[in-house]
Design a protein around this ligand. Structure first.
Ligand SMILES: *Cc1c(COP(=O)(O)O)cnc(C)c1O
Length: 420
């Protein structure tokens, strides 16, 4: 459920017509709904009310500080994967003692940054990282709180590029080795073992892979405890999918039930790192049709938005619903079209052979479910601008990131200084 609906015949973000925002900020732009973010955060948290849960929003899904602040105000923590994200989360008001640092290649500088901010835990993904962390913590005279991310060898049945829990994936420590690794870690002077972590992938549309991974965790906890390790905390990662093109996905409540069934009596504090589930449907990308082009075999709607603004279709073959900003009259004539961007790549395609009401140049369209892995992945490819992000709350809207023009970026480029 989201708050992008037709009201009085026009698409509105909460109570603001998107055409009004387009008029003011120009197209294309991202538009987020505060009420949708709040709703999703609340629904997810309530689904876990049976267990002792802390929800750490996965900042990489949408790192705009205005978006982060909505969740900070609701008591969320953060899952960060870089120093930059850590800085953002703190600036948005997420408390350090609810921040988790994940990622397979944290640099020494990033580890030092995490320790200096005294965050809740660092999720270590390899022994070389563990030793680096122990050494850095020693040099700073602090103890590093560490959870070990295990690779449970579970196939999440999602897109290959966002599967992270198979043995061939680069993430985590093989579950079969974790016992030895933790025994060795417990002898390191500057490491405190807080628990285990798992994250098997993103956009999961089935619950069974979660169940399999959680069962594996539970079994490992039992083995480790028998060996005298306390294991007070489990981090269950994120990954719950959302319906992009009206496909069925499990509800947060069903997910919560799996968590309770498998881990309800494990006596650990549980952390969750949802990203997409909270913000995915809370954002749209508003774009204008530049041309309607009749190709030899297809009709193309050529947009002013492109793959550099929203990479998901070209990167993950993602299918996003596309809707006109003016409500189609019932029984409107539908035309079969390809919806494409202007970038010089065939992959710059948002949809192929979809049926839309007859449209013409100048019309506005909204690409739905663009709140997660949208703006954060955008680039300036083809020397295009980084587009604005707008946050709506009720009948108000605010530009929460300005458009960054190619001219601005050009200021950071230099001709080599060796020319005579
Ligand atoms: C990306 C990521 C998440 C969030 O995944 P979603 O599918 O957006 O919920 C959570 N934890 C880790 C470690 C991640 O890398």
């Amino acid at each position: 459920m989201d708050h992008f609906e037709y009201k009085n015949g026009v698409l509105a973000a909460e109570d603001v017509p998107v055409s009004e925002i387009a008029e003011a900020v120009g197209t294309p732009f991202y538009c987020y709904s505060s009420a949708t973010i709040e709703r999703h955060f609340r629904v997810f948290s309530e689904a876990l009310s049976d267990v002792s849960a802390t929800v750490c929003f996965a900042v990489k899904a949408n790192s705009n500080i205005a978006v982060l602040k909505i969740m900070a105000d609701m008591g969320a923590g953060a899952d960060v994967v870089s120093s930059g994200e850590l800085t953002r989360a703190l600036k948005a008001g997420m408390p350090a003692n609810k921040i988790v640092f994940s990622g397979v290649g944290k640099t020494r500088d990033e580890l030092a940054h995490a320790l200096s901010e005294n965050i809740l835990q660092i999720n270590v993904e390899s022994e070389p990282e563990l030793h680096a962390l122990n050494e850095i913590a020693g040099s700073m005279s602090v103890i590093a709180p560490v959870a070990f991310r295990i690779n449970p060898d579970v196939d999440a049945h999602t897109h290959d590029k966002i599967s992270t829990g198979r043995s061939e994936d680069k993430f985590g420590i093989e579950w079969t080795r974790i016992h030895d690794v933790i025994n060795r870690a417990s002898k390191l002077p500057n490491i405190e073992i807080t628990g285990l972590a798992v994250h098997i992938g993103s956009q999961l549309t089935e619950l069974q892979p979660f169940r399999d991974a959680f069962i594996r965790l539970r079994d490992i906890v039992a083995i480790l405890r028998a060996d005298g390790h306390a294991i007070p905390r489990l981090d269950l990662g994120g990954g719950l999918g959302i319906p992009y093109d009206s496909a069925e996905t499990p509800s947060p409540a069903e997910y919560g039930k799996v968590v309770s069934e498998v881990l309800g009596d494990v006596e650990c504090d549980l952390l969750f790192e949802p990203g997409r589930l909270i913000v995915g449907n809370a954002g749209i990308l508003v774009t204008q049709i530049v041309y309607v082009k009749e190709g030899a075999t297809r009709r193309f709607l050529i947009l002013d938005a492109a793959m550099n603004d929203l990479m998901r279709p070209s990167l993950y073959d993602a299918k996003h619903d596309i809707v006109p900003a003016i409500e189609p009259i019932s029984g409107a004539n539908l035309e079969r079209v390809d919806v494409v961007g202007p970038v010089c790549e065939t992959g710059d395609t948002f949809a192929t052979e979809i049926d839309l009401p007859a449209a013409e140049a100048g019309d506005l369209l909204a690409i739905r479910s663009a709140g997660a892995y949208g703006a954060v992945m955008s680039s300036t490819y083809n020397s295009r601008a980084l587009i604005p992000e707008v946050l709506v709350k009720g009948d108000k809207y605010s530009i929460v990131r300005e458009r960054i023009e190619p001219d601005t970026l050009l200021n950071y480029e230099n001709l080599p200084n060796w020319d005579p």
